[in-house]
Design a protein around this ligand. Structure first.
Ligand SMILES: Cc1cc2nc3c(=O)[nH]c(=O)nc-3n(C[C@H](O)[C@H](O)[C@H](O)COP(=O)(O)O)c2cc1C
Length: 302
C-alpha cells in the first residue's frame, strides 16, 4: 500500500500538511507558540504588515455574532521595521514556512514593502488587497483592473511566491481571480471577511465604533466555499481556501471544492489547537477513502 502523505507544494512553498493560519488571527505566531506547537501548521501566515506602524481603528472593534464575529481592527501592526528586526528572527527559529501578509495604501507602498521583505528568509508573501476595514487597500480586490496592475507591479520586485488574497465583497470573484493570475500571482487565497454590521438596540448605536466590520467564522462558510469553488474553476494556480473552518469536515469540503490548502482564522480564538484535530481528521478521511495525497481530494467536486 502506498504511504499516505499530507505534503503540499503551494506555489513553490513546501508544506508538510495543507493547514495554514489565516492572517490576523494568529498574531506573528510567537504569541501562540507559548500555547501550542506552531510547527504543526503547514505554514504560518502573519498578521498584515504595513510599511509604517498602524494603531488601527477605534474601539470597540470586535463583536460576537450568530456563528461568527465582526471585526474592524484596521490592520493594527508594528510596521515593517519591527517585523523584520524583532518578529521574524524569532519566528524563523521554528521549522515552519513563514508567509508575510502585507498591505499598503497604494501600489507604491506594496512595491516598497515587497522589496524590503526580499532575501530575509520568508517563504512567501500574501498580498492583502481585500481588507474591508481600511480605506484604500480593500478596494484593490474589488476591481479586476486594479488587481492586475498591483499584482503585476509587485511581481516585478520579488521572486518570492506571491499569494493574492481576495475579497468576497464582489459580484463575480472569478474576474478578480483571473486578474490576479494574469498579473503574476502564484496562488490566490480567499475569502477575506464579508462586510457586515451589528446594532445595540438599547443605545441605538452600531456596536462597532467603525460602524461596519468584517464578518468571519462558521456563518460565512457556505459563501466562502462557493467562492473557492468558482475561483478554482477559473484559475490554474493553487487556491487556498478559508472562511469558517472549524472541523476537518469543513476543511475537506474546501479541498473538494478546489482548494489545495486551507487556512484557519476565527477558530484560533476558540481553540488554537484546532490545526492538529483537523490534520488528524484529514488523515482518517484519506485512509477511509483510499486517498494517498491531498491532490487526490482537491477539486473532486466538478
Ligand atoms: C480579528 C481578525 C483579524 C483579521 N486580520 C486580518 C489581517 O490583518 N489581514 C488579512 O489578510 N486578513 C485578516 N483577517 C481575515 C482572516 O484572515 C480570514 O480571511 C477571515 O477571517 C475568514 O476566515 P475565518 O472565518 O476562518 O476567520 C482577520 C480576521 C479576523 C477575525
Amino acid at each position: 500500500m502506498k504511504q499516505l502523505s499530507l505534503d503540499v507544494n503551494i506555489a513553490g512553498i513546501k508544506m508538510k500538511n495543507p493547514v495554514m493560519t489565516a492572517s490576523g488571527t494568529f498574531g506573528y505566531g510567537l504569541e501562540y507558540s507559548q500555547l501550542i506547537d506552531i510547527e504543526n501548521f503547514g505554514a504560518i501566515v502573519t498578521k498584515t504588515v504595513t510599511l509604517e506602524p498602524r494603531i488601527g481603528n477605534p474601539q470597540p472593534r470586535i463583536v460576537e455574532t450568530a456563528s461568527g464575529m465582526l471585526n474592524s481592527i484596521g490592520l493594527q501592526n508594528p510596521g515593517a521595521k519591527i517585523f523584520i528586526k524583532e518578529k521574524l528572527p524569532k519566528l524563523k527559529e521554528y521549522e515552519v514556512p513563514i508567509i508575510a501578509n502585507i498591505s499598503g495604501r497604494n501600489e507604491t507602498d506594496f512595491v516598497k514593502l515587497a522589496g524590503l521583505l526580499k532575501d530575509i528568509g520568508l517563504s512567501g508573501l500574501e498580498l492583502n488587497i481585500s481588507c474591508p476595514n481600511v480605506e484604500h487597500s480593500g478596494l484593490f480586490a474589488q476591481n479586476a483592473d486594479t488587481t492586475y496592475k498591483l499584482v503585476n507591479k509587485v511581481r516585478k520586485v520579488t521572486g518570492l511566491p506571491l499569494i493574492v488574497k481576495l475579497t468576497p465583497n464582489v459580484t463575480d470573484v472569478t474576474l478578480i481571480a483571473g486578474a490576479a493570475e494574469d498579473g503574476g500571482a502564484d496562488a490566490i487565497s480567499l475569502i477575506n471577511t464579508l462586510i457586515g454590521m451589528s446594532i445595540d438596540i438599547q443605545t441605538k448605536k452600531p456596536k462597532l465604533a467603525n460602524v461596519v466590520g468584517g464578518l468571519s467564522g462558521p456563518a460565512v462558510k457556505p459563501v466562502a466555499l462557493r467562492m473557492v469553488y468558482e475561483a478554482s474553476k477559473k484559475v490554474s494556480i493553487p487556491v487556498i481556501g478559508m472562511g469558517g473552518i472549524v472541523t476537518s469536515d469543513d476543511a475537506i469540503e474546501f479541498l473538494l471544492a478546489g482548494a489545495s490548502a486551507v487556512a484557519l482564522g476565527t477558530v484560533n480564538f476558540v481553540n488554537p489547537n484546532t490545526c492538529c484535530e483537523i490534520i488528524d481528521g484529514i488523515k482518517i478521511y484519506m485512509r477511509d477513502n483510499k486517498f494517498n495525497k491531498i491532490s487526490d481530494i482537491t477539486g473532486r467536486v466538478k
